[in-house]
Write a protein that binds this ligand. Structure first.
Ligand code: UDP
Ligand code: MG
Length: 316
């Protein structure tokens, strides 16, 4: 049995060697259990010496395969590249910054042996800032109403996938990739266990508040057209309210005679409706933008340097 460990790396020169040493240790413990391990590291256009570290690691350890992007294409693209280059019967996807404890890999392999196709590590939010925890909770409640796959708070990309799950994910060729959702969409029997997130070993998280917001919107918009539906309902609701209000004003005019003031009402109605229309246009625009990207069909990433080939020839 071959196990691939896939890790996207963006500016991880400080921690990469330690990371590799730790997963190597795990690999050694897995060897007597009948598991060979390969490492697939994807340098996502790092600005530091990540690529040099990878080349050195590959020189020292023939099981290391790396792919280096021509520029920063984002973690989703890096994950995709990693999955494409992984040839294992099972694939573990994890961050290279040691926030995903490598010692959990053994537990994942055990659970895989029990027949699960996806073994998902779910992090508890201990140690996170309150605001972040609360926004996450709110967000997941909202998102799960709107999308048809189940997204779970704390469940990220740290998971083990069986070969058939990997193949299924690789066959989803959409250019707007939201892995968390893609993994959920694919399905197959899965199981979840909890772990406590480690603090980042080095460097900083590359997530800004704005990045998170955009990521959140992607999650909402990349699955179905329910937000469009929501816009439709919102419009109908607004029309109904406007109808009632008009009837009320006309009724009042019939009873009390015409009273002209209503400056505030008019301004509120005009700006309010304009705002709602902008939001709906935005929703439509988001979908159109997505169509635009899909139609262009650009590759998800470009490779600058590598010591390996994709494991599979995929749909173009
Ligand atoms: N990463 C990447 N490309 C990016 C940003 C991040 O490949 O543009 C990698 C990064 O090296 C790490 C993982 O994705 O292995 C998670 O990133 P980070 O630790 O910044 O995110 P967080 O842990 O805060 O979710
Ligand atoms: Mg991290």
């Amino acid at each position: 049995m071959l196990l691939s460990i896939v890790a996207p790396c963006y500016n991880e020169e400080d921690v990469l060697e330690r990371f590799h040493a730790e997963v190597q240790k795990v690999a050694e413990e897995l060897l007597p259990l009948g598991h060979d391990v390969e490492f697939v590291y994807v340098d996502d256009g790092s600005r530091d010496r990540t690529l040099a570290v990878l080349e050195r690691l590959a020189g020292q350890d023939p099981r290391v395969r790396y792919v280096s992007f021509s520029r920063n294409f984002g973690k989703e693209a890096a994950l995709l590249a990693g999955l494409r280059h992984a040839s294992g019967d099972s694939v573990v996807v994890m961050d290279a910054d040691l926030q995903h404890p490598p010692e959990l890999i053994k537990r994942m392999v055990d659970l895989r042996a029990q027949g699960y196709d996806q073994v998902i590590a779910r992090r508890t939010r201990t140690g996170d800032r309150m605001t972040r925890t609360l926004t996450a909770r709110l967000y997941y409640r909202l998102v799960n109403r709107l999308v048809d796959v189940e997204l779970v708070d704390g469940v990220g990309d740290f998971r083990l996938l069986s070969r058939r799950v990997v193949d299924a994910v690789l066959n989803l060729t959409e250019s707007n990739r939201f892995s968390k959702g893609l993994f959920a969409w694919v399905g197959f029997p899965g199981t979840t266990f909890e772990y406590t997130n480690a603090l980042r070993a080095h460097g900083r998280s590359s997530w800004s508040m704005r990045g998170l917001l955009n990521y959140g919107l992607d999650g909402l918009l990349s699955f179905n057209n329910r937000p469009l539906r929501a816009a439709l309902y919102l419009g109908m609701g607004l029309l109904a309210i406007a109808g009632l209000y008009t009837a009320w004003i006309m009724g009042a005019a019939l009873i009390n005679g015409v009273q002209t003031p209503g400056y505030v009402t008019i301004i509120t109605a005009v700006t309010g409706v304009a705002g709602v229309q902008m939001i709906m246009l935005g929703v439509i625009g988001e979908y159109t933008g997505r169509i635009y990207y899909e139609v262009k069909g650009r590759p998800h990433f470009l490779v600058k340097a590598t010591n390996t080939e994709p494991a599979k020839d995929l749909v173009p």
